[in-house]
Design a protein around this ligand. Structure first.
Ligand code: T3D
Length: 265
């Protein structure tokens, strides 16, 4: 995949691809170029077999401060943004690319994750936060509703009552509180954040990638379906997993009393 983006840093270490949103002077707020580049990079990562886990993070002291409000105002007055629902579709491309990618995507959040940046973190499969993280559903502060899938992800992660509170009051949720309410998978001291993220991502990148893709499909589809449908799907997906090299080798490894080594196929 290409690496010469204007507002993204791309780094590959083994099977881990780290995508860093890089506009630190505005806490990685999204202008149109950043949204488009992120959509392109996530889609390319999905196609790249050398990538077995994606980490999405922000440069500097923040994950992201949401939509760049200066460019929103400019886009509105120049006519570049005609309807906001049309503009929001650019974010939908990113959200759908993350969810449809057949491998794990982790958001690594230090500092603030506000507005659409918060919701893009929620679209990821898992989240690791530093203890200086600040999650803010900032939309209501400027009289908007959560977009980028916030109305979908929030109640599923933290329950309806907490989702209402976060969306309406738009108060900050700290990293430790985010872990307590299930908004993030784990929160670590800021000085351990980089190493903890690296270890978490490396572990996933060394796992059975095909099975992980099938697990994503099973869990996300099951959240929307009845038990009968989910049981049927798990059978179909298990047929696929059963034929993978990783499954067959892992069973042999177990019987030979040695740890498995997954190749992602
Ligand atoms: O277009 C559409 O499709 C509509 C969809 C909208 C989706 C959304 O994301 S709505 C929510 C938009 N975001 C916000 O409302 C958050 C605005 N920012 C803040 O409230 C605060 O900056 C933070 C709470 C995020 C962080 O506060 P703090 O004190 O840590 O930092 P700061 O000093 O406020 O910000 C540092 C700089 O970043 C500052 O610039 P300066 O003064 O150093 O030149 C600030 O203006 C800039 N900045 C921060 N957020 C944004 C921003 N510039 C443009 N847009 C931002 N969103």
């Amino acid at each position: 995949m290409r690496t010469d983006f204007q507002h993204l840093l791309i780094h590959q270490d083994g099977g881990v691809l780290t995508i860093t949103m890089n506009r630190p002077e505005v806490l990685n707020a999204f202008n149109s170029a950043l949204i488009d580049e992120l959509g392109e990079a996530v889609e390319a990562a999905a196609q790249d077999e050398a990538v077995r886990c994606v980490v999405l993070t922000g440069a500097g002291r923040a994950f992201g401060s949401g939509q760049d409000l200066r460019s929103l105002v400019e886009g509105r007055s120049s006519g570049a943004i005609s309807t906001v629902s049309e503009h929001v579709q650019k974010y939908h491309r990113v959200v759908l690319a993350i969810r449809n990618m057949p491998k794990p995507v982790i958001a690594a959040v230090r500092g603030v994750a506000a507005g659409i940046s918060c919701n893009i973190a929620l679209a990821c499969d898992m989240r690791i936060a530093a203890d200086d993280a600040r999650f803010i559903e900032a939309f209501a502060r400027i009289g908007l509703v959560p977009d980028g899938g916030g109305g979908y992800f929030l109640p599923r992660l933290v329950g309806v009552g907490k989702a209402m509170e976060m969306a309406m009051l738009a108060d900050e949720v700290s990293g430790p509180e985010a872990e307590r309410i299930g908004l993030v998978n784990k929160c670590v001291p800021v000085e351990e954040f980089e190493e903890a993220t690296r270890a978490f991502a490396q572990r996933l990148a060394n796992g059975p990638t095909r099975a992980y893709g099938l697990i994503k499909k099973l869990i996300y589809t099951s959240a929307e379906s009845d038990l009968q449908t989910s049981l049927r799907l798990e059978g179909e997906l298990q047929d696929i997993a059963f034929e993978t090299e990783d499954h067959q080798n892992a069973v042999v490894a177990f019987l030979q009393k040695r740890p498995p080594k997954y190749k992602g196929r």
